[in-house]
Design a protein around this ligand. Structure first.
Ligand code: SF4
Length: 448
């Protein structure tokens, strides 16, 4: 990459979707019917009062609009960019039947952009109640819970392993969909309420689990998920085999790498992370990027808008293709992937048709890079060190209170999600954080 291209590298990570122009904002806001019992509000996992925030846009009350949105969703600037709105609020809009749904996500983004620019104090911390809560993990679930607990008057400390809080929002979603500064602004809003965030602090390493359990009135485990697991095929240790989560994290944190220019790449998996990794590689200069998936388009877990975006970016999809081995050259670098074609059988426990290998029909795809994006492992040692009941690393909780098998410990976010689309929903984690804060508050009130 020459210097001009290197300078350009920041442009390729600018947000793909432009903001609405002021005139478009007013036209769109004035199209809203401000429905009584609005279905869009019900369809939002955090139940943002959509007609109220849109009405406030029309009257120029931008602070009021931001308050309505963030009262319901402490990570609303992120959600305005990453929510699958066509499946949520916009999918429920009554105008779907008549014309086009209101662009709720874009209007929310407009309000949140105003808030990020003007930085008003939207909320205050509650009267101190003398109780302390430890939140382990500073991602969307942890931040949401911490914000609510601070408003209830708790002294909250977030223990964050990385050097910045924000979790998935800060490190795990490609910058051209969610710039890092958006997530960090949301972190600052939580800090403004007096929440302490101890970064570079790993619970179980830098702080003992026992001291957390002893020193705090309640604990929230919101640690998310870990790296991509091994695929379990020969050649995974070759130079050029990468973990999708680590790749996106490096790109998101500004470590733009030039190593993919002109290269061929394959991404294994077809979830949202796989799409993010594939589009990253393309924007980093890869010549050809193919996504390999052992099932068909129908079974892929990526959101439809992610799939459309990938196709627009020139990503190719090879359905019913199972990698069997990664082959290297004499220097130990990736050279190709040996694959088997698959057919689909009966539905399995996940409700999706089971892929079955077609015998004796292997084929080879030449590639320089292989990116693994087949899900994420769990922080099992930490979950077990807390002594919590779990199923394969998914912490077991009461579905209403998010209380774990230890009554003092609650859990929210990806650490309690099973497999499926829900894992990528920042908005679901935000709602769980709110509900967990409420449950902790009720538990503490019951002790008075
Ligand atoms: Fe407005 Fe549509 Fe929601 Fe009705 S359903 S309040 S029209 S966004």
């Amino acid at each position: 990459m020459d210097s001009a291209s290197a300078a350009n590298s920041w442009k390729i990570f600018d947000e793909v979707k432009p903001d609405l122009k002021p005139k478009e904002v007013m036209e769109e806001a004035n199209r809203c019917l401000f429905c009584f019992d609005a279905p869009c509000m019900k369809a939002c996992p955090t139940h943002i009062d959509v007609p109220s925030f849109i009405k406030k846009i029309t009257t120029g009350n931008m602070k009021g609009s931001a308050r309505v949105i963030m009262d319901a969703n402490p990570v609303a600037a992120t959600c305005a960019r990453v929510c699958p709105t066509e499946e949520l609020c916009e999918g429920a809009c009554v105008l779907n039947d008549a014309s086009l749904p209101i662009m709720i996500g874009d209007l929310q983004r407009h309000t949140m952009n105003w808030a990020m620019k003007n930085n008003p104090q939207l909320f205050e911390a509650g009267e101190p109640n003398g109780k302390k809560v430890a939140v382990i993990g500073g991602g969307p679930a942890g931040l949401s819970a911490a914000r609510e607990l601070a408003r209830f008057g708790y002294q909250v400390t977030i223990f964050e392993k990385k050097e910045k809080a924000g979790g998935l929002d800060t490190f795990g979603i490609v910058p051209f969909r969610l710039p890092q500064h958006v997530a960090l602004w949301e972190v600052e809003q939580v800090k403004k309420l007096g929440v302490t965030i101890q970064t570079n602090t790993e619970v179980g390493v830098d702080v003992s689990i026992q001291s957390i359990l002893d020193d705090y009135d309640a604990v929230l485990l919101a640690i998310g998920m870990a790296d991509v697991p091994p695929i379990g095929i020969p050649g995974e240790d070759l130079d050029g085999v990468l973990d999708a989560i680590q790749l996106i994290e490096r790109v998101k944190d500004g470590h733009v790498t030039e190593r993919f220019v002109g290269k061929k790449a394959v991404v294994i998996g077809a979830g949202n992370t796989a799409i993010d990794a594939a589009t990253c590689l393309k924007r980093l200069g890869a010549d050809r990027v193919q996504i390999l998936y052992r099932r068909s388009e129908e079974e892929m877990t990526a959101y439809p808008f992610e799939f459309s975006f990938a196709k627009e970016e020139g990503i190719e999809f090879r359905w019913q293709t199972q990698p069997k081995a990664i082959e290297g050259d004499s220097d130990g670098k990736v050279a190709s992937v040996v694959c088997a074609p698959m057919m689909l059988g009966e539905k399995d426990a996940s409700g999706r048709r089971r892929p079955i290998e077609i015998d004796n029909a292997p084929f080879t795809i030449d590639t320089d890079v292989v990116v693994k994006a087949i899900g994420q492992t769990r922080y099992l040692p930490l979950i077990e060190a807390f002594g919590l009941a779990h199923a394969h690393g998914v912490v077991t909780v009461d579905p209403l209170t998010y209380q774990t098998s230890n009554p003092k410990v609650f859990a929210a976010g990806d650490v309690i999600f099973g497999s499926g689309k829900g894992e990528a929903m920042v908005v679901a984690a935000a709602e769980q954080g709110k509900k967990t804060a409420q449950a902790i508050h009720e538990q503490q009130l019951s002790k008075i």
